[in-house]
Write a protein that binds this ligand. Sequence first.
Ligand code: IPE
Ligand code: IPE
Ligand code: MG
Length: 243
Amino acid sequence: MGIFSLLKKKHSESVLPEKLPEHIAFIMDGNGRWAKKRGLARTAGHTQGAKVFRTIAEGCFELGIKAVTVYAFSTENWKRPKEEVDAIMLLLEQYMTERLSEDDARYKLRFIGDESVFVGETHEKMKRIEALNPKAENTLYIALNYGGRAEICHAVNILISEGKTSITEDDISSRIYTSASPDPDLIIRTGGDVRISNFLMWQSAYSELWFTPTLWPDFTMDEVRRILSSFGCRERRFGGLGK
Ligand code: IPE
Ligand code: IPE
Ligand code: MG
């Protein structure tokens, strides 16, 4: 029995295979509020959020989605207190250590964002992880020190260094960090805020957007499946007239 029949059996709302996103992206927001609600330090929310990140990313691959992008740390998140930033970076280190020891071949990983702030052993680990499973058909993009505007500037600077004096949309699309994957079909933001917060500015031109009040550490694959059912019913017209 195929995965989609299984999904239909398990869930009353079915996910239509032909409408499954090829690329899904998540703004993983709400960790701090989740912790605050429980009287915990914000960092406890990030710890829980890191666990949920793995469940969701791997769950999406199991459904048959080829590319998953998660927003882990923005170029603006450095404004936060040092203890919080340090705690997030420690979680990154722990995740990378886990990933290197298990060598899960189901997907390859790409860090997207300005890597120049990551040096020494951390940077070396990032590169080692990116080199794993080059042939895996699934890709997990982790946006770290990422800003959508910075990404566009980065792409344009590459074009300038190549000597271009006039550029096309395709030139930018082929130099952004996610150029190996199609633009995200669906972007989901948890945490209840209805904004993009500098995420995938270029790629989101025709993405479907979904905002849920669920805080990221409470987010589940059940909710993803429900969102996917609804996504499957949306008509994407890309400026045309549709059906
Ligand atoms: C998202 O959760 C994680 C990061 C931005 C690193 P937040 O930490 O922004 O949680 P809230 O929005 O304050 O609840
Ligand atoms: C967006 O969340 C960034 C990440 C989820 C990593 P923020 O919490 O930083 O966004 P704002 O400040 O509420 O817009
Ligand atoms: Mg937030």
